[in-house]
Design a protein around this ligand. Structure first.
Ligand SMILES: Cc1ncc(COP(=O)(O)O)c(C=O)c1O
Length: 303
């Protein structure tokens, strides 16, 4: 197997904005979307938090002698695309359980997954809700004995370990007071909280409606009760995958500042960071680092 983790640290990009200057704040973007493994050849699906979350899982799959990866996701899931890509790169078969009915024409995310060799199976929304139940997982494992099963979004203990390394990587590159990241399942935030171990604050900006991330993340990092983290729930823009014009306009503004974002996660995050700065929630002089978790290939698909 090729060496899995050889890559240089993903770059840090300085980010200037009048709103930040007015409050005496400095800001950098951790461009983890630009993370490239040596042999990856420009594959945009397998970067950012996807790589961080899959890295130790791929090793574990290999250690267990599994020859396939099986996971779950929606039709536009970046995690599905990343798992398909990882399977192709590292020689695993890949199987996906997709939420909802099959569309007549595959969207670009699923088309990409299929081109990577992933087998796609569709579960009704009702059936999909049972995806984490032990008896359902046991049945799947029996059906695919060679498969290493990853939860939706890939967020398990090994994923947190990879994200904790991201925190270390950032702290070695720049001084940080506030590390800001987008939250879907909350796994990336939980891993960053573990990695920071209180050395900087971690704020998770939810891409979904609701304030469930507090409980979810607390559970993921248990039994340790790491201090210095919080969730921000005001920037979901109407809910998961909602893309109002205001958000699209903001993305165009950021693109002009040399910061390409996508509307599901990272644009909401960046909008939230600037709005919170405007409202004075970061003390003057704070050093903010925003994590760009990738997902740009999914946006191309949705566009
Ligand atoms: C680009 C991007 N950013 C952030 C997230 C949220 O990560 P998590 O599910 O670990 O909270 C995701 C989810 O997969 C994502 O695709």
């Amino acid at each position: 197997m090729q060496v899995l983790w050889q890559h240089v640290p993903s770059p840090i990009q300085e980010f200037r904005h009048p709103l930040l200057d007015a409050r005496g704040l400095s800001c950098v973007i951790k461009r983890d979307d630009l993370l490239q493994l040596e042999f990856q050849a420009g594959d945009q699906a397998f970067c950012g938090n996807k790589w961080r979350k899959l890295k130790y899982n791929l090793l574990e799959a290999r250690n267990q002698g599994c020859t396939a990866l099986l996971t779950f996701g929606g039709a536009y899931s970046n995690h599905i695309a990343a798992t398909a890509s990882a399977g192709k790169l590292f020689g695993f078969d890949t199987i996906a359980i997709i939420r909802g009915e099959a569309a007549q024409i595959l969207n670009p995310t699923l088309q990409f997954a299929q081109e990577c060799g992933m087998a796609l199976h569709y579960w009704s929304r009702e059936q999909y809700r049972s995806k984490a139940e032990p008896d359902v997982l046991a049945k799947l494992q029996k059906q695919y004995p060679q498969a290493y099963i990853l939860p939706e979004g890939g967020s398990n203990a090994l994923a947190l370990r990879g994200c904790a390394e991201l925190a270390e990587e950032i702290l070695a590159q720049v001084p940080v007071d506030y590390l800001c990241v987008s939250c879907g399942t909350g796994g990336t935030l939980a891993g960053l909280v573990q990695g920071l171990a209180g050395r900087a604050a971690a704020w998770g900006f939810s891409a979904l409606k609701g304030d469930f991330h507090q409980d979810v993340v607390r559970e993921m990092i248990a039994p340790k009760n790491w201090p210095n983290w919080d969730t921000v729930t005001d920037y979901h823009f109407g809910g998961y995958a909602k893309t109002p014009v205001e958000l699209l306009d903001f993305m165009a503004e950021m693109e002009a500042c040399d910061l390409p974002l996508e509307p599901i996660y990272t644009a909401k995050l960046m909008y939230g960071v600037l709005d919170i700065a405007k409202k004075g929630r970061f003390p003057a002089g704070s050093r903010i680092c925003v994590v760009h978790t990738g997902g740009l290939q999914g946006w191309k698909g949705k566009k």
